[in-house]
Structure formats: C-alpha cells, structure tokens
Design a protein around this ligand. Structure first.
Ligand code: WTA
Length: 570
C-alpha cells in the first residue's frame, strides 16, 4: 500500500479534482478578466489597476521586510508608483517591445519597476542578483536590452562598453555622481506623472523573458506572453488556494520564474496580499517572518525546507504558525521525509508542484482537495494533459519510465527562445508534445513520480545550472585545459556541482589552485554555479567528435556502470 495523506478538510476554492479534470477549459475563466469585456490587454492593469476600481483599492498589496526596511503598499499605491515608473521609462524613449532588465536585490522597487514596464508594453527581463559580469553580459547582450534597472554596487558588473544596445541604467539607490546614460531613480520618479496612458495590446504580446539553462550552449531566453496570466490566475486560485484575507509569502526571488509567476502574477491577479522578505536565508528570520506577519499561504522549496529541518525542532517550537493554512513546494524533488516532518512541526501538508521556466506556470500539482502521495509531484492541473512518452511520442502505459511530456497549447507555454528558433523547436521534436527533459512515471491512479533529468542539467538548491556554461568558464582559467561538470547527489542541496578538470602543462594540482579556480567561476559567473568539488584527471572522457562525456563522469562518480562506450575517443 502506498502512503497517503488525505486533505485536511478546510474550505478550499476547488472542492473536488474529479469534478473539473477533463471538463475544465482555460477559456472558462476568461470572463474573470477585464479584457474579456474591453478587448484590450495589459498585464499590469490586471495585476493592480483593476483592483483599485473596487473594494480592494486600499487593501494591502505588498508587504516588504528586510533587516533595514519594513514597508506596506496598497493596490492604489502600486497603481500610482508603477504609473510613475512607466512614465519614467517613456521619457527615456522606451517603447512597446523594448527589453527592460532588472538586476538588483529584492526590494519594493523591483516590483514597482516591473509593473511600470508592463504598463508601457516593455518586455521585462529579470536577472538574479548573484550573477557576475560574464553571466550578466551574456544575457543582456542576447536580449539586446535597452534599459537596466540596478543598484550603484551591482552596476560594476555591467560592462557598458560591451553592450552597445544598453542605453540607460536606472540606479535605484543614490550615488554621488551619475555618468552619461545613468538615471537617478528617486529624482526621476519624483519628476514623473502619477497618471499614465497604458499601452494596450493582445494576449499574444511578449511580456517577460527569463534566461534559463540547458545542457548545451549559453543560457536561453524563454519568452512568455501576456496570455500566460490566464494560467497564473487560475493556478493561484486553485493550487495556491488564495483567498481574500490571506497573507501570502513566496520565498523565491523574482530573478527566477517562481518569483515572477508565483511571486508577482498569481497573487496579484487574485488580489492577494503579497509578502516579500528581502535578504538572505536564516531559519530564525524565516520563522519570525511566518509568525510576525501571520503568513497563511507559504510557497517555498525543498532545499529551504531541508535547511529548516536541519535547524532543529527546538527552533520550530519557539515560534507559532497558528495562521499558516497552506504550504507548497517547487523546484526539485520533495522528499517524503520532509512532508512527514512538515506535518509534525507545522501541522500542515506540504503540497508539491511541478513545472518549469518554459511551462510558465503549474503543470502537475497537489491540490488542497487531493490525497497526497509523498514522493509524487501530484496530478496534472485541470486543463493540462500530461503523459509519459517514449522518444517517438508513443504514450506509455502506467508505471513505465519515460519522458515527462505535456500536450502543447496551454496558456503559459513559452512562445519563443529568444534569437534561437532551432532551440525552441528541440522541445517540440515529437509532434503535439512538449518534451520537458525530465524523466518520470505515472502510477495507475494518475499520480506522476519524478525520476531525474534526461539531460545533464544540474539542479542545485532548486536552481538550474547548465554544465556547459560552467565548463566554458572553467576553461577560461589559464590552468584548465578541459572541464566536465556534473551534478552530484547531495542530501541538503539536492545536487552539488562537481567539476572534473585536466590541467594545462606546467600546472600541478594543489588546494590553492583549485580554490583559485573555484573563485574564478564564482566571480566570473555566479556563486551558485561555482563547483563545490573538484577532481583533477589526466584527461577527460570524450566522444570521437570531441564532446566531453558527462554521462561517463557521472557513472564513475556514482560507482555505476558506464554504459555504451562505443563513441568514446580511446
Ligand atoms: C525540476 C522551476 C522534481 C525539474 C519552477 C524541472 C522539479 C526543473 C519539481 C525546472 C518538482 C521543478 N519535483 N523536480 N516538484 N519542480 N523541478 O526552470 O527538473 O528553474 O525540469 O523552474 O526543476 O526548473 P526551473
């Protein structure tokens, strides 16, 4: 018998999965949006402005807290501030379709800025604050970003000389002097107008460009359109189960897709109060946030839950989570042990959700009305058709391992890989299906069970890292001749990055050298992409065409058979 945790009997938006699965169509919720009657679409209008014409006008939309700031903004505040930012962008000559990037720590300004950019029809590009110069440059250059919103400290990682399209930097904190093309945010906001003519468009207008990693090539720009809001909205309602009095906290940074789809879009489309905590993780700080703000709905990730778990139950016992009503997880496999621990310490089930940057919104979920089977990602969201298919696209029977695939055509599906149609087509190599790159099986009751990645993409602490990007950086180091990078299983982080390297003539392996190489990746790319472990080899296993065989490195690391070696060099 499989372990089953039944629903908790609370009042939820969706009372029964079977009643909607197979019959619900995304079109059924179109009437909940203002464009349904007006025919004109603007994301920020649906997120914010529309609430200000009714009883939510003075409701708290954003609660912000870090070690220095504690602030609160109503929907009306956000409407006006984002109008100002939209006007500011207009005055800089930004027009519909231009890419406006954000490279800064979490703060109210990121949210105001992104909303303002949507208001004028610009395409928002989020960049995680930990990216270093190389990572920032690749992404801004590929997207031909026109404007970057950043801070005085982070702009040091932006080589403007290499970015001819980047016309303006908007500096959100003050600095003594402003170079040509730099804008003083505070001053420019003050000089802007509080009312703005919004750019109206269609559901197919480009909206947000998230860079994410694959197993080959540079990071790819995944483009989503305004119509994705349909799915953000209904998953916010049914999966996050957002209700009028909720205090909702999504712990993800808006530099990643969870931090936008579920840190901005889903909560505000549903008119919810959205809490943002800035600063770094600390078990104490997180628990204080949960308690002091009376968080009711909490969306986080397995690595965070595992870190809280390892902080010890004595710490948990010091806080009360009396208002916590609904807990969810995303980004990596959620261990059954963590679910059992959550039940014990919070008295709540942790609801796993599966989706990707490319899918834009939830695909496979545990709804509050469903039984949870610990270890399973749940069942397809109503309106989504997921299946396990073989490489030819044949749907496999229950309990067979294969490619996790989704029937194409859901509202939040990516519409483009920026500048790279060939890469886009790779996802749809099997007609009618989106091939996720994950392997899984479905049990006889329709629950999906994640097994691993099909490709070499690494998932460390829930962050996706492309081995190729790390390898490319490694071989830029003068001591490194060749590099192969794999994800090595790790109890806390899911996977850690392990690099196998061969040194150039004249270099001998030493701890000092390896530290230097690690730092080189950390400062050139980002901290989370820097290998935690190194192994120096004479030579790396390669195919005859010269491709590093990561599969062989991984098998060796795990003590598994190396499989077919017919293409190996020698
Ligand atoms: C993994 C994050 C197991 C998976 C929203 C996927 C998961 C990749 C789960 C996407 C889950 C995400 N269980 N694995 N519930 N959710 N993943 O693009 O490998 O950063 O392909 O999107 O994370 O990562 P991304």
């Amino acid at each position: 018998m499989k372990e089953i945790i039944p629903p908790d009997g609370g009042q939820h938006h969706l009372k029964n999965y079977e009643s909607v699965f197979g019959t619900f169509r995304f079109e059924d919720v179109h009437a909940d949006f203002s464009w349904h009657t007006t025919g004109k679409v603007n994301m920020a209008y649906e997120l914010i402005d529309r609430h200000t014409t009714g009883p939510r006008k003075n409701k708290t939309a954003l609660l912000y807290a870090d070690d220095h700031r504690r602030e609160s903004y109503t929907f009306e505040d956000l409407r006006k501030l984002s109008n100002r930012f939209g006007h500011l962008l207009q005055r800089l000559g930004v027009s519909k379709g231009d890419r406006v990037f954000f490279f800064m720590p979490r703060s109210p300004e990121v949210y105001i800025g992104m909303l303002g950019a949507f208001k004028i029809g610009a395409v928002v590009g989020p960049l995680f604050e930990a990216f270093m110069e190389g990572a920032v440059t690749d992404r801004l250059a590929d997207a031909e970003a026109a404007v970057l919103v950043t801070t005085a400290a982070l702009k040091e990682r932006v080589p403007r000389g290499k970015l001819p399209n980047l016309r303006h930097l908007i500096i959100v904190d003050e600095q003594p002097e402003y170079a040509a093309g730099e804008v003083n945010f505070k001053q420019a906001m003050a000089e802007s107008e509080e009312e703005l003519e919004l750019a109206w468009g269609s559901l197919e207008d480009p909206m947000i460009l998230h860079y994410t990693s694959g197993s080959t090539g540079k990071p790819k720009g995944v483009l989503h359109v305004q119509g994705a809001m349909i799915q953000h909205y209904i998953t916010g309602k049914w999966v996050l189960d957002l209700q009028e009095d909720d205090i909702y906290w999504c712990t993800a940074d808006p530099g990643w897709v969870t931090g936008t789809s579920y840190g901005i879009f889903a909560p505000w489309l549903n008119g919810a109060t959205n809490l943002v905590r800035g600063g770094r993780f600390s078990a104490d700080g997180w628990y204080r946030t949960l308690q002091d703000y009376g968080v009711t709905v909490w969306y986080s990730a397995p690595t965070a839950f595992r870190m809280l778990m390892s902080a010890g139950d004595e710490l948990t016992a010091k806080y009360s989570f009396g208002r916590l009503r609904h807990v969810l997880s995303v980004g990596e496999p959620l261990n059954p042990e963590v679910i059992r621990w959550g039940l014990k310490v919070y008295g709540k089930r942790i609801h796993d959700t599966w989706w990707m940057t490319e899918t834009g919104a939830h695909m496979i979920v545990n709804l509050p009305c469903m039984d949870i089977r610990p270890g399973s990602m749940g069942k397809p969201f109503p309106g989504i058709e997921a299946a396990i298919v073989d490489n030819q696209g044949n749907v496999l029977p229950p309990n067979s391992l294969g490619n996790l695939a989704v029937k194409t055509g859901w509202p939040s599906m990516m519409r483009q890989i920026w500048n790279n149609p060939a890469k886009y087509d790779e996802y749809f190599s099997v007609p009618g299906w989106y091939i996720s790159g994950d392997s899984a099986y479905m049990d006889e009751d329709g629950y999906f069970w994640f097994q691993g990645r099909v490709d070499d993409v690494i998932n460390t602490s829930g962050e996706r890292v492309g081995p190729f990007e790390v390898e490319s950086k490694l071989v830029e180091h003068p001591a490194v001749a060749e590099a192969g990078v794999i994800g090595k299983p790790d109890p806390l982080r899911g996977e850690i990055i392990k690099a196998f390297i061969a040194l150039r003539e004249g270099y001998a392996p030493s701890d000092e050298l390896l530290d230097h190489i690690r730092l080189f990746v950390k400062t050139g790319l980002s901290a989370h992409a820097a290998p935690r472990e190194f192994e120096v080899l004479e030579k790396l296993p390669k195919t005859r065409s010269g491709k590093i065989m990561r599969r062989v490195l991984k098998a060796k690391e795990l003590g598994l058979p190396t499989g077919d070696l017919s293409t190996i060099e020698d």
